[in-house]
Write a protein that binds this ligand. Structure first.
Ligand code: NAD
Length: 481
């Protein structure tokens, strides 16, 4: 256990700065206040953007050989590893997530910096033949200032996911941390500060989304917006970005389906259901929120999933239970409202369906709805809680149709022992990533992003690096040929 500072600051232009307005951060496990953080204003956002601009324009991130950025990124990874225990404790207290999972977030953050360190000196253009008399080549240039808006569910790893490739490509960055869970990011920034990057290369501000987040876009001072969060916020950012044609990466929500065929390995399926919908209390963009089950095994699978849900240990993150609280009272109320509507629309509560009334903090019962039809709201909208909708299907064709009948398209999963069927489904599922026989297979090395309302652009993997550069082509007329 680490003592947690009572007040936290923003990091702007190489300095930790306070503001006159404190923002209270609560512990979702107790519902009690945990600490305060300086709430950034639009003036703070402007200072952060200016600092990033000065850094980007100074060429300090790109002047030296790219090996310099490799060194910086590896150093950052080392420093993050050194604060993992302290950071995990802060993150688990402010976010409600399991301590082990919070630790994993810091380790994953370090891995992003190691991974993109390996690419920082390999961002190579191409030479394009145009016949004698011409030389032509492309170079990848950094965007300049990358404004990155981070959600509360995995703040540390999601921040690193965008920050590491942005720095690897030579951008300066302004990060907007989420109001509900900003403290772990302060620990991350303390680690980054020790890596000795040029002043202004990384700035962290915690402000209200509608005011300070919107300012990052509307001020026109950023060359790029990287947003991870909900669909309505993404849409509002896109509208503002459209006014100046600011390039954007959009990582939005999901309503992802797993297809469980009769021949699926039952143990693997249940292990995936457990992590797919109950990990992080279901507050995962790529959660398995729909489970489509072939009718022959529907009753068995529903019974097994109910048993699984009822057997989960529940508690505060620090004790590493199976199920942790959701982030806030408002989030809990929203989850319960969708559950009530599901019942009104004819879905049957197989277990759960409501909050724990006997626990302090924001605890939702692990919930399984059966007899869900694809038109119900519970089958169409993101719940962002530990709530699973189980839908029966008869044929492969029908399963694909139900899975694809959504505005979202983040991930999907197929559980079967039939490799041909798995491959057919992988091709036909409309999603950015398809898991076969293990939900959340993949890792920081595999490109991640959505289709439809789940967004566009890709994070993770080698591909993500190219979200953080612009291609410039240089076409040369060579005299005398
Ligand atoms: P949110 O949209 O409410 O907030 C995300 C961030 O945007 C916060 O930092 C917030 O302050 C800021 N913001 C709010 N209004 C803004 C505005 N008008 N302009 C600019 N910024 C603004 O989302 P959330 O509740 O923090 O996160 C949950 C959502 O994020 C879910 O929908 C989830 O699916 C999605 N998510 C997606 C991914 C992914 O990679 N696709 C990952 C994690 C979470």
């Amino acid at each position: 256990m680490h003592p947690i500072a009572t007040h936290w600051l923003n990091f702007i232009d190489g300095e930790w700065v306070d503001s006159p307005v404190p923002l209270t951060v609560n512990n979702p496990g107790s519902g009690e206040p945990l600490a305060t953080i300086a709430q950034a204003s639009t003036a703070d956002a402007e200072r952060a953007l200016q600092a990033a601009r000065r850094c980007a324009d100074s060429g300090e991130l790109t002047r030296a050989r790219p090996a310099q950025r490799v060194t910086w990124l590896l150093r950052i990874a080392e420093e993050i590893r050194a604060v993992t225990e302290e950071g995990a404790w802060v993150l688990c207290q402010e976010n409600g997530k399991g301590l082990r999972d919070a630790r994993d977030e810091f380790v994953e953050a370090a891995r992003y910096f190691e991974y993109y360190a390996g690419m920082a000196d390999k961002i190579e253009g191409t030479s394009i033949p145009l016949g004698n008399g011409y030389m032509d080549f492309t170079v990848y240039e950094p965007m300049g200032v990358s404004a990155q808006i981070v959600p509360w569910n995995f703040p540390v790893s999601i921040c690193a996911r965008s920050l590491a490739p942005a720095l690897a490509a030579g951008n300066a960055v302004v990060i907007k941390s989420p109001e509900l869970s900003p403290l772990g990011l302060c620990v991350l920034l303390q680690a980054i500060e020790r890596a000795g990057l040029p002043r202004g290369a990384v700035n962290l501000i915690c402000g209200q989304g509608r005011e300070v987040g919107a300012y990052l876009v509307e001020s026109r001072m950023a060359d790029q917006i990287v947003f991870t969060g909900s669909v309505p916020t993404g849409q509002s950012i896109l509208r503002a970005a459209a006014a100046y044609a600011i390039p954007s990466v959009m990582e939005l929500g999901g309503k992802s389906a797993a297809l469980a065929f009769a021949d699926a390995d039952r143990e693997k399926l249940l292990a995936s259901v457990k992590s797919g919908i109950f990990f992080n209390a279901g507050q995962v963009c790529s959660a398995m929120s729909r489970l489509l089950v072939q009718r022959d095994i529907y009753e068995d699978v529903v019974a097994a999933v109910v048993e699984l849900a009822e057997g989960l240990s529940v508690g505060r993150g620090q004790d590493d239970p199976d199920l942790t609280p959701v982030i806030s009272a408002q989030q809990l109320a929203g989850i319960q409202a969708i559950c009530r509507q599901a019942v009104d629309e004819g879905a049957v509560v197989a277990t759960g369906g409501e909050a724990y009334s006997d626990r302090a903090g924001h605890f939702m019962r692990p919930t399984v709805f059966r007899d869900v039809t694809p038109q119900m709201r519970i089958a169409r909208e993101e719940v962002f809680g530990p709530v699973l909708a189980v839908i029966p299907f008869d044929s492969e064709e029908e399963a694909i149709a139900i899975a694809n009948d959504t505005d979202f398209g983040l991930v999907a999963g197929v559980f079967t022992r039939d490799i041909d069927r798995a491959m057919r489904c992988a091709r036909r599922l409309r999603a950015g990533q398809v898991f076969i026989n293990e939900w959340y297979a993949g890792g920081i090395e595999t490109p991640f992003g959505g289709v439809g309302l789940s967004g566009f652009g890709r994070e993770k993997g080698q591909e993500a690096l190219y979200s953080y550069v612009r291609t410039k082509n240089v076409a040369i007329r060579v005299a005398g040929e």
